[in-house]
Design a binder for this molecule. Structure first.
Ligand SMILES: NC(=O)c1ccc[n+]([C@@H]2O[C@H](COP(=O)([O-])OP(=O)(O)OC[C@H]3O[C@@H](n4cnc5c(N)ncnc54)[C@H](O)[C@@H]3O)[C@@H](O)[C@H]2O)c1
Length: 391
């Protein structure tokens, strides 16, 4: 713990709770990072490699994400150090919920992240006898079906449209290359197609496909539904390209929607798109972003473009206490409105202050959290922000 104490800064974390259960071997941690704008909210991760430092870092990311999309929750995250494929998962999840019963749901609401499924959210609700204990529960229990609705990909597509419009361009006929054809990639492709864009390249871990005249999106979505990631093997040999080359094809917009760090310096030097909208988390590094900017390529940051899941989680937080099913249309409408507005806001701020969009987005989030801290009297005495808030 000494290390984490050193890492605490002016933002948080406000609270770190470690729990264990000898009978099941469960070891878990809850980090509440900053609640100036609302109660701490962020998913619960289960992995055999989870550490306190990792959960603290992710809790901080949530502080910025909620503030960047301007929703009133604070940053938090929880972790369970266990193998999610082990047969005793349910007992481990129950032990985690029980040991944190004094925190859940008063200070923290559990949610989905790597290794945790809808069924686990239902188990947490059951263990604590409270529907409010977790979001991410199955639709049959009143949960928001995030992936079925494709909230994240939908928001990514809206962000593409808003960014193009801001540049005086149109999405109709815009050529888009997509890396990753999973939850985010397929939902983005569906919405981009609806908006009139052409998908000229797509990929999965099993291969990459390219057609400069535009791929048949409904056909590819159906093939993905049937074959999963292997769908790309159905492409005629002439349409197959080398893995990773989907990032480099001739196109207007590149949407990375797979892994992190995929746009390294070599790729950044050779990308042909003039706009990159980050569907994946962390697909670019600070160095590659600087390189892209020097080539005149605009990058819409991940936590602005892929915030559809966070926005839907805002609905899920409210739905926990409601007798009514969440309204899918209202959720998608809000994802549309917020994704578009935030994209324009951040690109405008970046231009106005002459910084990269990632830095502008982070600054915007920090300003909002700092203002909330000042208004609540949480800043140290005699800081200019505190004095400004109290005059
Ligand atoms: N699902 C969400 O709501 C959500 C929200 C915010 C951010 N994200 C981020 O979006 C990204 C994708 O998440 P997802 O939920 O769609 O995952 P997923 O597992 O459903 O799909 C990932 C896709 O990427 C493909 N892929 C993996 N490695 C690849 C490679 N090297 N080359 C080409 N394709 C590759 C996979 O085959 C698959 O098609 C991740 O970075 C995730 O953190 C997801």
């Amino acid at each position: 713990m000494a290390d984490l104490l050193q890492e605490m800064d002016e933002w948080g974390p406000e609270k770190v709770v470690c729990v264990s259960d000898v009978r099941t071997g469960m070891r878990g941690v809850l980090v509440i990072d900053n609640t100036a704008r609302g109660s701490g909210k962020g998913g619960t991760r289960m992995s055999p490699t989870v550490t306190v430092a990792e959960i603290a870092r992710l809790a901080r990311v949530m502080t910025w994400k909620w503030a960047a999309v301007d929703l009133f929750h604070g940053g938090a995250k929880a972790g369970i150090n266990a193998d999610p494929s082990a047969p005793d998962k349910e007992q481990v999840v129950r032990a985690f919920a029980r040991k944190l019963a004094d925190q859940i749901p008063a200070s923290y609401v559990a949610g989905l992240d790597m290794g945790m499924s809808e069924a686990d959210a239902a188990i947490i609700q059951d263990e604590l006898g409270d529907r409010g204990a977790a979001v991410g529960a199955p639709e049959a229990l009143g949960g928001v079906p995030y992936d079925q609705l494709g909230v994240t990909g939908h928001g990514v597509a809206e962000s593409v449209d808003a960014a193009l419009l801001r540049q005086g361009r149109t999405i109709k006929g815009a050529r888009i290359a997509l890396q990753g054809f999973g939850a985010v990639g397929t939902a983005a492709a569906r919405r981009l197609h609806e908006l009139g864009a052409q998908i000229v390249a797509l990929s999965t871990v099993d291969g990459s496909v390219h057609d400069p005249d535009g791929l048949d999106v409904p056909l590819w979505l159906a093939t993905r539904e049937e074959l999963g990631d292997r769908c790309v093997t159905k492409a005629p040999p002439a349409r197959r390209i080398a893995p990773g080359d989907e990032l480099l094809v001739d196109c207007d917009v590149l949407v990375p929607a797979a892994g992190q760090d995929v746009i390294d310096e070599r790729i950044a030097q050779n990308v042909k798109a003039s706009l990159i909208v980050e569907g994946a988390n962390l697909p670019t590094s600070a160095t590659s972003r600087a390189l892209l900017a020097s080539r005149g390529i605009t990058v819409v940051p991940d936590f602005i473009a892929n915030a559809g899941g966070v926005i839907a989680a805002g609905f899920a937080m409210d739905a926990r206490r409601s007798a009514f099913r969440p309204d899918p249309e209202a959720i998608l409408r809000t994802v549309t409105d917020k994704s578009r507005a935030n994209t324009v806001l951040v690109l405008d701020a970046a231009e106005r202050t002459n910084v990269l969009p990632h830095d502008a987005a982070l600054q915007l989030a920090r300003d909002r959290v700092r203002t909330a801290m000042a208004l609540r009297g949480r800043l140290p005495h005699h800081t200019p922000d505190r004095e400004a808030a109290t005059v």
